[in-house]
Ligand binder design. Structure first.
Ligand code: GDG
Length: 403
């Protein structure tokens, strides 16, 4: 067993995995089976018995490690789709714990979940928890239906599920951000100076549209680029008055689908700039790297509009971070209706990201929105996120777990 690590008053107990396990458990089963399936099968999920075996083995190792480190009566909070079997495994090893699990990604409709050869095992794995948390009510409802279909769980009297006389609460706990941290970070004078410098460099008369995403096929970066190109073609926007800055953070590079997607996005950026750039003015600035936090805040501050167009997203924190940084109440958020955040952020301009001309119209509207309308929307968005921050999320989940 690897030694525990102490950091910031927290003791972390590593769980070691071999390179082969990282490949089969993480890159393959987690990110080529579960990730695409749970995001509405945007890409065909792959099903492979040996990946599943690695997933079971690694989940069992996490469960054992928790059982060795937790005391009777402790609360355990498990996170995300990589560890869906841990709740039931842990309950078996150590029945006296309170167990919660939170899924950061969507939970698919029963028809899609039913594709999984191991659907009953996964649903039963999750049902080992006392509380199963999802980002949205529809994710929670999807799980409820899947559990009733593929396991022996039955509806309990109070809307919870009943599993062999044990009560399992299924609920939504929309995750959020530390509003105060982003808001005060954005009022830092170095961040403000960096934002002014970005504006000066791209041309102070130009509207800045911003995209910030992991390079992931769920994030709709290609659709956003096509919608922006549509506006340039139509003449509703031009490189003289507008620029799109896309920050694309490399992610999951060993997974073949990600390499293909990156190539196609980069070709698209080249094509748009090839068609629309003029001397000193490109249409799209594309940064394939992760920015330090302060630089990211400077981009949030410099941007007149944030364009968030995932085809499917559990929540999307970038949308919330942008809003928290807009202390002067300027700026417009364009947001996919298929992101969990759209359930809360109703004052954003909501779009169907697959509707290229509709998204293009929304981008133009955001770029040209009168300051009074933008402020009214931004004030309402900020109020919501300020009162629904990450502390409320954590307290809500842990409160439910300790009930
Ligand atoms: C999963 C779910 C759910 C991005 N670029 C840079 C950077 N980031 C940070 C952002 C934000 C985070 O990464 C991305 O969070 P998202 O929520 O947008 O997306 P996922 O990574 O897919 O997260 C998602 C989330 O879990 C939480 O439950 O909302 O639906 O898919 O915090 O700021 N940070 C820095 N430089 C960058 O260039 N420093």
């Amino acid at each position: 067993m690897i030694e525990a690590i102490e950091a910031g008053g927290i003791r972390m107990q590593p769980v070691s995995l071999s390179h082969r396990e990282v490949d089969a458990f993480y890159h393959c089963f987690s990110n080529r089976t579960i990730w695409p399936l749970y995001h509405d099968a945007i890409h065909a999920p792959e099903f492979d018995e040996s990946w599943w075996d690695a997933y079971v083995r690694v989940n069992a190792r996490f469960a054992r490690s928790i059982a060795e480190n937790a005391n009777h009566g402790d609360s355990v909070w498990i996170h995300d789709y990589h560890l869906q079997l841990v709740p039931a495994m842990l309950r078996e090893l150590k029945p006296g714990l309170r167990i919660g699990i939170f899924l950061h990604i969507p939970f698919p409709p029963r028809e899609l979940f039913g594709w999984l050869p191991w659907r009953a095992r996964i649903a039963e794995g999750l049902l080992g928890a006392d509380v199963i948390g999802f980002q949205t009510e529809s994710d929670a409802a999807n799980f409820m239906t899947a559990a009733l279909t593929f396991t022996n769980a039955r509806t309990g009297s109070d809307g919870a599920l009943s599993v062999y006389d044990r009560r399992v609460r299924i609920d939504s706990f929309p995750i959020s951000i530390d509003f105060d941290e982003f808001s005060s970070g954005a009022s830092d004078s170095a961040v403000k100076r960096a934002a002014e410098s970005i504006r000066r460099k791209v041309g102070p008369e130009r509207r800045i549209l911003l995209g910030v995403d992991r390079l992931d096929y769920t994030k709709g970066i290609d659709l956003r680029l096509r919608a922006f190109a549509h506006a340039l073609h139509a003449g509703s926007l031009s490189v003289e008055n507008c620029v799109l800055i896309q920050v694309a953070v490399p992610s999951r590079e060993p997974v073949p689908e990600y390499a293909r997607m990156r190539d196609s996005i980069e070709r698209l950026v080249g094509r748009i700039n090839g068609e629309h750039a003029v001397p000193g003015r490109v249409a799209v600035h594309y940064f394939r790297r992760s920015l330090p936090r302060k630089e990211l805040l400077a981009y949030y501050l410099a941007a007149d509009a944030m364009i968030v167009t995932p085809v499917r997203d559990g929540m999307n924190l970038v949308a919330k971070e942008y809003v928290a940084c807009r202390n002067d109440e300027s700026g417009v958020l364009v947001l996919s209706e298929t992101a969990g955040a759209a359930q809360e952020l109703r004052e954003a301009i909501l779009v169907n990201p697959r509707d290229i001309s509709g998204t293009s119209d929304a981008i133009v509207r955001a770029a040209k929105m009168p300051a009074t309308e933008a402020a009214a929307r931004m004030i309402a968005l900020r109020e919501h996120i300020r009162s629904h921050d990450v502390h409320r999320w954590a307290d809500g989940f842990l409160g439910a777990l300790c009930e």
